[in-house]
Design a protein around this ligand. Structure first.
Ligand SMILES: Cc1ncc(COP(=O)(O)O)c(C=O)c1O
Length: 390
């Protein structure tokens, strides 16, 4: 694992302008992903959901470790296929264009996650026209049976995602009528930001039971059950992220108890894979007091690092000394903002700092997932941050 403070101190010496950058610790990423995968049960597969961070170097680091990649748009699919033509790919997401479905068939993807009957019919027509088999997973939105939801639920209630189980007979009839659609499995991704292992195991148990029931009711034997991703990062209490290791132990027990050993259990995780390898670093440009409250204005902002604004949280950070001490605050609460002319450009709100001076560096960890790539990068035409893959 990199010594981030020492690395930043070294990098800033090469910067003529106030410093602003993303740093990715690729060694940490590799070792974290490797550990995650070695903890899984034998019949599990692990795909990386590229939407969390599709940077070329991140994908290259993960490629030898994961079983494949998940793409949620034609753009991601093209990018992944171009960079890693040898890797199995999943193509999911709502509102797929006919041209994107065609691309998926041409790329020979491992799975197309179908979201609706219209999409299924469109895929049946296209695959017949092209004379190419289409490996299909039906994405299902099932009731949650009192399982507690997280702050970001994609199912268990009316949403645009997946089939209502009532539509399953019609969907299966479409598959059966086609000579080209091949049902390879069912797909569930009902929630993200999961922090509770026991709740997530209950959710997986619901997936298992539903899968088995459908196999019996409709005399099916699809080889794979995709259980999505959704393992959470605890931005408020970084010592308490989702406990993947305890989860994997519980999963092994559950697989035995529910006799799921003959089904391949496929994961497609994003946030939990890459969040911890990324850091966003900003240099403090200004410190001021306004109506009794302190503000630090730092180089960059939510147009680079939208995660805190998107999640509505105050992002954890550390201060790396580097500035002069003439303008500084000590033992004060301070709000960290960026350079945008909107009061929403807040990265951390009223947080206590021991000492903060002009020219110090603010280092935001947990910035490796849904960070740079979900930010409104062109707003105000500020420069982009530097990016270091270390
Ligand atoms: C269908 C699907 N699969 C996987 C993921 C990855 O989720 P996470 O990054 O929470 O692991 C998402 C995230 O939105 C998703 O929508």
């Amino acid at each position: 694992m990199l010594n981030i403070e020492a690395t930043i101190k070294q990098l800033v010496t090469h910067s003529e302008e106030p410093f602003c950058a993303y740093l990715y610790d690729l060694g940490e990423l590799r070792s974290h992903a490797q550990k995650m995968i070695s903890a899984l049960p034998k019949n599990a597969e692990f795909f990386y959901a590229a939407k969390a961070n599709p940077e070329r170097e991140i994908l290259a680091a993960l490629s030898p470790i994961v079983d494949g990649f998940e793409a949620a748009s034609g753009g991601e699919l093209k990018w992944l296929h171009q960079l890693h033509p040898e890797k199995p790919l999943i193509f999911g997401g709502p509102g797929k264009l006919p041209s994107e479905l065609k691309l998926a068939l041409e790329c020979g993807v491992d799975a197309i996650h179908v979201e609706s009957q219209n999409e299924l019919k469109r895929l049946a027509e296209l695959s017949a026209q092209m004379g190419r088999p289409a490996p299909v997973f039906l994405r299902m939105n099932i009731p949650l049976d009192n399982i507690e939801v997280t702050k970001l639920a994609m199912g268990g209630k009316p949403t645009p995602f997946g089939f209502d189980p009532q539509e399953l007979p019609d969907a299966l009839a479409i598959v059966q009528r086609s000579n080209y659609l091949e049902l390879k499995g069912f797909h569930f991704h009902l929630m993200s930001h999961q922090l509770c292992v026991d709740t997530h195991l209950k959710l997986i148990q619901l997936y298992f039971n539903t899968f088995k029931q459908w196999c019996t009711d409709y005399q099916l034997s699809p080889p794979i059950l995709n259980v999505g991703g959704g393992m959470g990062i605890n931005y408020q209490d970084p010592g308490n992220h989702f406990d993947w290791w305890r989860f994997c132990e519980g999963l092994k027990v559950l697989i035995d108890a529910e006799s799921m050993n003959d089904t391949r259990i496929r994961f497609e995780c994003g946030r939990f894979v890459t969040a911890t390898c990324g850091y966003y670093v900003m240099e403090v440009l200004d410190i001021k007091r306004n109506h009794g409250e302190f503000f630090a204005i730092a180089r960059g902002g939510t147009h680079h690092f939208r995660t805190p604004a998107a999640q509505g949280h105050s992002h954890p950070f550390s201060v790396i000394k580097g500035g002069n001490s003439e303008v500084s605050v000590e033992n004060e609460k301070i709000t960290i903002v960026g350079q945008l002319c909107t009061p929403k450009d807040v990265l951390a709100k009223s947080e206590m700092v021991k000492s903060l001076s002009l020219g110090d560096y603010l280092c935001f960890p947990l910035a490796g997932a849904y960070a740079w790539n979900i930010s409104h990068q062109n707003f105000l035409m500020h420069e982009k941050p530097r990016v270091y893959f270390l």
